[in-house]
Design a protein. Sequence first.
Length: 294
Amino acid sequence: MTRSVATAEPMKAHRLYLLLREQILSGEVPDSAKLPSEPQLAQEHRVSRVTVRRALDKLASDGMIERRPGSGTFVSGGQTRMPVVADLANALTHLVEMGRKTGVRLIAFSYVNATPALAEELKLEPGERLQRSVRVRLIDGQPFSYLVTHVPERIGISYSEADLASTPLLELLERTGLVADKAQQIIGATLASPDVAAALDVEIGAALLSMTRVVYEASGRGIEHLQALYRPDRYSFHMELARTGDRGARRWTAADSRSLTEANENNNKKNAREKRPPLKRRTTHETGRDPSET
């Protein structure tokens, strides 16, 4: 019974934290507003004052509330930390930019044998080993992502453990002459395991965003396998969408993908025009367009 109560209290505190946090972020509890006292919150939500205090401690550590001795607890107007927003349409560039704006803590670094799944995804040669690293990224000194990266050993030996602790991985890879040409990415959700929960400062079993990305060079060989877990309160994904297609078959399309499709179509039309026999006396000056333009 004691063990059950000890387990239930942190869960109640986390639920109350999420509830109060949502009320603050939604504006239901406005900036600079005074929160009810601990006894009032305990009575309203039918929990102990210890549970209330834990929830408020968490809000305070997030910078969302401010305790003023003798006055009470107030919402920190304008002081709430904004989450990192990743642009899915330009994920690789964003990853490098994010590395320059945030801190990183290297937790583990080693060379390991590739599992069959990793060997297949990265298109490794038989017996080829991998460099494995585990890092935690921070924003404003607070953890928001847990990253497990595997890189082929032939690439990983070009930089040191100290380099990885201070420089974005894609930047290190491209310093060696490699160019990230394309990537496959899967986004989902998962629950925090004990080690991940400790690293991200969340409760065990807390909901996390998950992303798996495999990056390839132009030859088609894999250069990086990334498994990333994100705190949803400090990280979110963003994508611009546009309506495309003919009437009756309209659909949502990523804005950048549409631009790329339109560019390809324009190039195809240009190439088709250039393959036609030129009209008599038709010149660049007369058409008003240089055939070399894209």
